[in-house]
Design a protein around this ligand. Structure first.
Ligand SMILES: [Fe+2]
Length: 566
């Protein structure tokens, strides 16, 4: 069977961030054929619009390759919250519009959280276990009386046993309404971010002009959620005495409020929590406010999961949902289980994958994935650059030798190899690389290319077998979803204020070429950031790489065995 998972708005403009009734983000497509994963991609990589939410025309073409839309047997489509979609769902136009694209397919409309759950369960190495998904807001629930969406799911819980073909999904709604972990963090982080920018602009005269320029650039071009930025800022703050948990998430503490009692039956109520009031009542610096938000997010999550573990969660547990992009929280949750699995596309970028994977499971097909589930896009191995400053290396090892020397000489390298990453992070295929050994490299990279806020740390990538020599606790982390404490002074450019680092580990099987390069370095670690400019999606094609390279102030671009220089 040919099963495609697609996500994105049907016939309206989904990119209007300020319009909650139409906004959708992370459109894309995934194809499975007879249970074998073919390709996955998010539409932003192809339209070059960050967080693109419109119908994934380009992604469909990309994952289909030579197949025709008429050949597709099943279309799995995760439903969304907004009013426009919900109306179309109820009156049947949603199915009709999908059918116009795939005339011979059955249409399966699926819950958003079912798709999150499937995205983690079917990429996990566990045969059996439990799952928990948490995010801002998933599929809506239509209220026939008012003619509007009245609430939405923001969690799910369940268990699975692959060998017995069991995947038990309890729809999660409860009475959380809008007071989900995701809504809390998203709303609070936007207000903190805006205040931080105001504060920095007021200090303009005291700052270096280039820092101000970078700040303006970042603010003007970045309309996306600010959670990651505020998580980084929180390391500079402290918890002030007497500032207890906000009521919006302290109500999550008793598990009854999580909705367990009426998981399958509940009609949630929307409580529009007054985040602005909560924010205005917070004392201290902007950094202290960021600390407050992160601190209570972690504490609430830890408590909730501790409680759920008593009755519902197994020792091998799968997480998904945007909540689990918070690397600091993930690090705290990790010791609570024997094993946890979080896919690299844990946010909404992964739900069309989850939809298609669930479709394959439902069709009783055996799911087969590539070894490295972070790299589910296309490779462009036949590409030959036609640039003036370009050299081909017959032996890739010679190219790695050259790059190792240049990286040690503090050069910035654009790195394009193999299949593209699927998910929000560059994990070793489409990366900008630099030495982590000099502390000023963070500023150099920001000034020359990334234009990010100065408080945000850069991540690192390193040889898996050496992680214990540089980090504590020193565990394997292939998808950059945890932070670990740096125990050396040798890596200042990737070590945050609190000595933490989002370190990614790589072994030869996961990414042979990155492994080969890292093996030439001492320490075998690189600063690794996404190959894009501020406000842009990560590059996808070699053409994107070359055109970005020409605009960027970086020293080299490597595409396969080719070395390019400006
Ligand atoms: Fe989600």
């Amino acid at each position: 069977m040919k099963i495609i998972g697609i996500y994105g708005a049907l016939d309206w403009d989904a990119n209007l961030f300020d319009k909650a009734d139409t906004y959708i983000h992370d459109a894309g497509a995934t194809l499975f054929i007879n249970g074998i994963h073919i390709r996955s991609i998010n539409e932003e990589r192809l339209t070059r619009i960050k967080d693109e939410g419109n119908f994934p025309y380009k992604s469909i073409e990309y994952v289909l390759g030579g197949y025709a839309k008429e050949e597709i047997d099943v279309v799995c489509y995760p439903t969304s919250y907004n009013d426009v979609f919900q109306k179309q769902l109820v009156d049947g136009t949603a199915s009709r519009m999908i059918k116009e694209q795939f005339p011979n397919a059955e249409i399966w409309l699926l819950s958003h959280h079912l798709c999150h759950a499937a995205s983690t369960v079917f990429t996990s190495p566990f045969n059996s276990g439990s799952f928990l998904t948490l995010d801002g807001l998933g599929s809506g629930i239509w209220d026939f009386a008012s003619g509007h969406t009245r609430g939405g799911e923001n969690n799910s819980i369940g268990y699975f046993d692959k060998s017995k073909h069991i995947f038990r999904f309890f729809r999660g709604t409860g009475d959380l309404g809008m007071n989900s972990f995701g809504e809390y963090y998203c709303n609070m982080s936007q207000m903190i971010y805006d205040d931080k920018h105001k504060e920095l602009m007021q200090q303009e005269s005291k700052l270096k002009p280039n820092v101000v320029e970078n700040l303006q650039f970042a603010q003007n071009f970045d309309v996306t959620p600010k959670e990651g930025k505020i998580m980084g800022l929180s390391a500079y703050g402290k918890l002030l005495e007497g500032q207890g948990p906000p009521t919006c998430i302290s109500t999550l503490f008793p598990t009854s409020h999580f909705g367990i009692d009426r998981w399958e039956f509940g009609m949630p109520e929307v409580h529009f929590y007054d985040y602005e009031m909560l924010y205005n009542n917070l004392k201290g610096t902007v950094e202290d406010k960021a600390y407050y938000v992160q601190y209570w997010f972690e504490k609430s999550l830890e408590y909730l999961i501790h409680e759920l573990k008593k009755d519902y969660l197994e020792e091998d547990n799968c997480f998904a949902g945007g909540t689990f992009l918070n690397v600091c929280a993930n690090t705290i949750l990790r010791p609570l289980f024997r094993n946890i699995h979080i896919p690299p596309f844990t946010n909404d970028s992964g739900i069309h994958f989850g939809a298609a994977a669930w479709g394959a499971y439902r069709s009783k097909e055996t799911i087969e994935l590539p070894h490295n589930i972070a790299l589910l896009g296309k490779s462009y191995d036949d590409f030959v650059p036609e640039e003036k400053n370009c050299k081909h290396y017959d032996n890739f090892d010679d190219l790695c030798e050259f790059l190792a020397k240049e990286l040690d000489d503090n050069k910035i390298v654009g790195w394009f190899q193999g299949r593209s990453e699927y998910g929000p992070r560059s994990l070793g295929s489409r990366s900008l690389l630099m030495s982590p050994k000099r502390s000023e490299n963070k500023d150099i990279l920001n000034d020359r290319v990334k234009k990010r806020e100065t408080w945000r740390p850069f991540a690192g990538i390193m040889l898996e077998e050496k992680v214990g020599e540089y980090f504590d606790p020193g565990f394997v982390s292939p998808y950059m979803l945890y932070s670990q404490t740096s125990i050396t002074k040798k890596l200042p450019a990737i070590t945050h204020k609190d000595m933490s680092c989002r370190i990614q580990t790589v072994n030869e099987q996961q990414n042979a070429r990155m492994y080969q390069l890292l093996s030439k370095l001492q320490p075998p670690v690189l600063l690794n950031t996404s190959f894009n400019q501020s406000g842009e999606p990560i590059i996808e094609t070699p053409e994107d790489a070359i055109s970005s390279f020409k605009k960027m102030d970086i020293d080299y671009l490597v595409i396969g065995n080719y070395l390019l220089w400006n």
